[in-house]
Design a protein around this ligand. Structure first.
Ligand SMILES: Nc1ncnc2c1ncn2[C@@H]1O[C@H](COP(=O)(O)OP(=O)(O)OP(=O)(O)O)[C@@H](O)[C@H]1O
Ligand SMILES: [Mg+2]
Length: 424
């Protein structure tokens, strides 16, 4: 089922000049309600890029469709393919986290949606309308850049006020909104400071506040909290999530931090070399990563290489490069041939270590503790398995393990995913 959004929405300027005060007023009226109909699903749907339209009760045309739609979007820089036929459908009100290694194309994708780059091929639709060729300022999206992009000649308050002035909002209302937003990002006393007098983290908060102050329907954020300390990040994560829910905004949020992605987003996409490795809801992508790459990236999984062995009846295993047989399950399909090249991904949180004797998982392998990293709520234990393969486990609290200690290691076979290696 498609969500419903207006074909040609009132511009934000029109809407907010008429009633700039509250979120409630922005959502008043049936079209406002229709345009903010929430959807829960996000998926890749390259085959159906367009919308059906039908008249609404008042005779105005409304369009069935998604908030942001990318249809086979490609981008090259000097013959290098940076984005390769990316398709994505985000429904109104989704919070989509874009994850991926450095250079995978995340910022480029955001710049294409924002209008600062033009795709070489494919279509980009926002609120049902193609925006390819539409200048950035006319797309009505809020953007927080990786590089802040603040106006150095304006002070903090003027930076925040700028997008509101462009919307024609009156000075008194601007003043109130700017002050409220500065309080939110804990820069209450900084309104008159020059941008060049601020630290990197403070500048990042100004950039975040400037994007949020305009209360946009579509908000694109490129690592908006990368330079902030943990306590401020934790607080702002809650604020951003609550703000998104109260505004019904659609957010694309780039982060390197998988915990942040899981905490904030209801949908996650993992980009690798310009292609999505997996797109899905946060819970299922964490529980069932579609590739060893996604498992490593999202859960910090250990990835072991070897050959496939076993059968459906007796259970599958990976025979690792050192001859150890490690039980697991195939992510989707069984191997094309016995002994096929395979890799196994194991989430560290699901590895169980015991001192000796019977193992609660019913099977186990000898190992030795190679390193112990206490990180507060848990301890990361690096293990060398019998034969020499290495594996990481995460134990709750301070585990008290010591380097060199002999242990037994096991996991539920259904928690270790096997993937056939087809092209290596
Ligand atoms: N304007 C440009 N001209 C040439 N190459 C570019 C340009 N912008 C990006 N690239 C290249 O495109 C690739 C993807 O860059 P992009 O900035 O999208 O990566 P990213 O995923 O955002 O990385 P990071 O996590 O480091 O920010 C990189 O190899 C980069 O060098
Ligand atoms: Mg980037």
């Amino acid at each position: 089922m498609n969500s419903i959004s207006k074909d040609l929405p009132l511009s934000d300027t029109d809407e907010r000049s008429a009633c700039p005060a509250t979120n409630g007023s922005r959502r008043a009226g049936i079209l406002g309600l229709i345009s903010r109909t929430r959807r829960s699903s996000t998926d890749i749907d390259a085959a159906k890029p367009t919308q059906a339209s039908q008249p609404d009760a008042g005779g105005q045309r409304i369009v069935l469709g998604s908030e942001i739609l990318l249809d086979r979007v490609s981008k090259h820089f000097s013959n290098k393919t940076v984005l390769d036929e990316i398709s994505l459908k985000l429904d109104s009100g989704s919070f989509f986290a874009l994850l991926g290694p450095s250079g995978s194309g995340k910022s480029t994708l955001l710049n294409l949606i924002a209008g600062f780059e033009r795709p070489d091929s494919g279509d980009i639709r926002i609120r049902g309308r193609s925006v390819v060729g539409v200048p950035a300022y006319a797309r009505q999206v809020g953007v927080v850049f990786q590089s802040y992009a603040l106006f150095p000649h304006l002070n903090v308050a003027e930076n925040l006020a700028y997008p509101l002035r462009r919307q024609g909002i009156r000075s008194r209302a601007i003043h109130a909104r700017v002050n409220r937003m500065l309080e939110l990002v804990r820069l209450g006393g900084y309104a008159d400071m020059r941008i060049t007098q601020l630290s990197g983290g403070q500048q990042q908060r100004v950039a975040l506040a400037r994007a949020l102050v305009a209360e946009p329907d579509v908000l694109l954020m490129d690592e908006p909290m990368a330079a902030l300390d943990k306590s401020l990040r934790d607080d702002l994560q809650v604020e951003i999530k609550q703000l998104q829910q109260s505004l019904g905004a659609t957010i694309i949020y780039i982060t390197h931090d998988q915990r942040e992605a899981l905490a904030l987003a209801d949908q996650i996409g993992v980009l690798n070399e310009g292609r999505f490795e997996q797109v899905g809801d946060a819970v299922s992508i964490y529980a069932r990563p579609a590739s060893a790459f996604v498992a490593r990236f999202l859960t910090g999984a250990s990835v072991l290489n070897g050959r496939a062995g076993g059968s459906a009846a007796d259970g599958w295993y990976l025979e690792d490069e050192n001859g150890a047989r490690l039980p697991g399950q195939w992510h989707d399909r069984t191997p094309s041939s016995p002994g096929a090249k395979a890799e196994m991904a194991i989430n560290p949180a699901l590895v169980k270590i015991t001192a000796s004797g019977a193992h609660p998982m019913g099977w186990s392998i000898d190992a030795r503790v190679a390193a112990v990293l206490y990180v507060g709520e848990s301890t990361i234990v690096h293990l060398t398995l019998q034969g020499g393969s290495t594996l990481v486990a995460r134990e709750p609290g301070a585990s008290g393990r010591s380097v060199g200690e002999p242990v037994r290691v096991g996991w539920r076979p259904e928690d270790a995913f096997l993937f056939e290696v087809l092209h290596k």
